[in-house]
Design a protein around this ligand. Structure first.
Ligand code: CU
Length: 72
């Protein structure tokens, strides 16, 4: 999963829950992204739903989302 920062400010993309980031730790590899920057998460192999957020703005729902990993 590639995270792309199309915003004009930096974001620090992290797995839920805030602040522990333990649900899907592979998401934490996306991490801190400056405007225009992109980075892959680690491999998401487990069948489950992973929530993520901007660690620097954790209550902003516009910076939250979910990734659903399905059986191939
Ligand atoms: Cu956080």
């Amino acid at each position: 999963m590639t995270f792309v920062n199309n915003d004009t400010v930096s974001h620090d993309m992290s797995s839920d829950p805030h602040p522990d980031h333990t649900d899907c730790p592979a998401i934490n590899q996306a991490g801190f992204l400056r405007p225009g920057q992109r980075r892959e998460s680690g491999n998401l192999n487990e069948v489950r739903t992973c929530g993520f957020h901007d660690h620097d703005d954790p209550t902003n729902r516009r910076l939250q989302g979910t990734i659903t990993i399905r059986q191939p």
